[in-house]
Design a protein around this ligand. Structure first.
Ligand SMILES: [Zn+2]
Length: 55
């Protein structure tokens, strides 16, 4: 219960496009996938699969 409904903004992480390697700030969806912020949910290359980046 109470999952993902905090006010004041969600923590952002970085994700890397699995196809071209571009890095985007991403947020996790309810299904556990990574979605880039500020786009339609896809990379500029058209790929929509991202992997987490650990710094
Ligand atoms: Zn890409």
């Amino acid at each position: 219960m109470g999952e993902g409904e905090k006010s004041g903004g969600d923590p952002q992480t970085l994700g890397r496009c699995r196809k071209c390697g571009s890095i985007y700030p991403v947020q996790s969806t309810a299904s556990g996938e990574l979605r880039p912020i500020g786009t339609d949910g896809v990379c500029e290359c058209g790929n929509d699969s991202f992997e987490p980046v650990s710094e």
